[in-house]
Design a binder for this molecule. Sequence first.
Ligand code: FE
Length: 340
Amino acid sequence: MLRTALTRLTAVMALSTIATASMAAEVNVYSSRHYDTDDALYAKFTEETGITVNRIEGKADELIARLNAEGANSPADVLITVDAGRMSRALEADVIAPYSPDLINRAVPAHLRHPDNLWFGVSQRARIIFYAKDRVDTPPSTYAELADPAYKGQICIRSSSNVYNQSLLASIIEAEGEEAAKEWAAGVVANMARAPQGGDTDQLRGVVSGECDIAVANHYYFLRGFDKDVEGLTAGIDNLGWVWPNQSDRGAHLNLTAVALVKSSPNTAEAQKLLEFMVGDFAQHHFANQNNEYPAVPGVGLDKDTARLGFFIPDSTTPTASFAANAAKAQAIFNEVNWP
Ligand code: FE
């Protein structure tokens, strides 16, 4: 009798613990993605799991500094950055813990995640070459050719403080070595049409206005010019051609929106569920459709605008983890060659 009563009591306690936990179930996300459309992503997760998502948005460096300052008391469970390179700072700050890899690593190819499961990519963004069709007969076909003196005075590319450029250079360091990377950076500086200014859209605008003939930008800034009327871009967009670089060797440079589990996470189980949700069908389609990104999970269909850029070979031999690992070297090279 006593044994039965105890068993029942334990069962009731266990149930009430679960009930309390699920009522209060939440996951806290520090994110440097700033798209309102991501609301739909988190709403779907809550609908499926009952777990509330609380989001704090900010620049990656600010979020990492905040994690660092909060230490073990941080309420954060998940960190999201829009560039794998930024994850290097989170790793340096020692605020990341490994996620449970079973489901995630089956979905995400090895080159799009950290070798020790410290972060993984959920969507991919290509950094490619654009050019004025009416002024450039033979655009550069590789990143290396951006440094060819034949393109002197023609190239618009943003500043070296931009993390997309830092990751591009980090990938060149990985693929071709530091010396070649330095020569490349110096060559690009020599070919600049103007001192770097503005964001990626401004580089494309530079081609439209005629200030430069060739620009380097992430692919979705170009596609946004079809989605909506982007001032200085949409009206002249038909004259912009694009090049998928390095198609006969390592492939085009792609960066990632990367997600990680925070070391001090107070809601690890909920956080893990959110990480797994992000490699699922709904989330993968969401990333592809709302910002014209390329899904990290192979086989997920593309948005029609994204498909407009056609087939390409991505660089899947240079690990994205090297963008973070080589971030400091890349910054040193940019400083050495005086890339503003
Ligand atoms: Fe961007």
